[in-house]
Design a protein around this ligand. Structure first.
Ligand code: ZN
Ligand code: ZN
Length: 253
């Protein structure tokens, strides 16, 4: 029996599921009237075609147990990323690398408001969800800066978290984390500047967390600076462990 069928549904989960279904019905209707083009290769008929989906470079073992990047020397315990970055999450994982078709798909989701992609990208994340993840994980999307949220009309991290939560039967709470101040975009900043830009920029609600195991959800992880700041806030609110799971991981950071 699938986790969806075996887990009891709350009214909130039912509402989230209904919203996702209505969203998908809307986009399928749009696809019927205006046949889509693949956001990566341009072929007509699919928003993200099967050959582009198959070309996504997945993060495959052997991976660093902390940061989730492939280990260059499987025999060595040293990880080049972890030696350079003070990652504050206990475990970081990603579905694939931020390059090629996946990079183009994320770009389309974020900047061209192509929400039809959300279902396929959510599936990609669900397929990469770690088998040893806690059954009572609470999916916590990284909040978007208010200005970018209102300009875009949605938070792509929350869209992905809801797709993932629906597929895995997990709760999603987009109100656990709040931004305490506005930050500029991390795009184009170096590692040190990224850390300074988001330092102390988040707070978490202990009431909403209620001792559950939070798994941060975001579209892309570059240096892990934003995820680390979110983890600090979640730990201050009582989370004993914080994991993070992103759709994509920067190939070089
Ligand atoms: Zn394609
Ligand atoms: Zn590592």
């Amino acid at each position: 029996m699938s986790p969806l069928l075996s887990s009891p549904f709350s009214a909130r989960q039912f509402a989230a599921r209904t919203a996702i279904n209505l969203d998908e019905i809307f986009w399928h209707s749009v696809d019927f009237l205006i046949p889509p083009r693949c956001v990566a290769c341009g072929v007509t008929g699919h928003t993200f075609c099967a050959s582009c989906a198959a070309a996504v470079q997945l993060c495959q073992a052997p991976l660093c147990a902390k940061c989730g990047l492939p280990l260059q020397l499987p025999a060595s315990a040293d990880c080049a990323f972890c030696s350079r970055h003070d990652l504050k999450v206990d475990r970081l994982l990603a579905a694939g690398f931020h390059r090629g078709p996946l990079q183009l798909a994320i770009h389309a989701l974020k900047y061209r408001r192509n929400r039809a992609l959300a279902a396929q990208l959510g599936s990609l994340m669900a397929a990469a969800w770690p088998a040893d993840a806690p059954a009572n994980a609470l999916l916590v999307p990284v909040p978007l800066a208010r200005q970018r949220r209102s300009a875009r009309g949605f938070n792509q991290a929350e869209v992905l978290a809801r797709q993932l939560g629906w597929r895995l039967g997990l709760h999603v709470d987009g109100a656990v984390l709040q931004r305490t101040r506005e930050t500029r975009t991390q795009v184009g900043l170096g590692a040190a500047a990224r850390g300074e830009n988001v330092a102390g920029a988040f707070s978490a609600s202990a009431r909403r967390l209620r001792g559950r195991w939070p798994v941060l959800i975001d579209d892309v992880c570059t240096t892990g600076a934003t995820l680390s700041e979110c983890a600090i806030a979640l730990r201050a609110a009582g989370a004993p462990l914080v994991w993070a799971f992103t759709l994509a991981r920067a190939a070089r950071s």
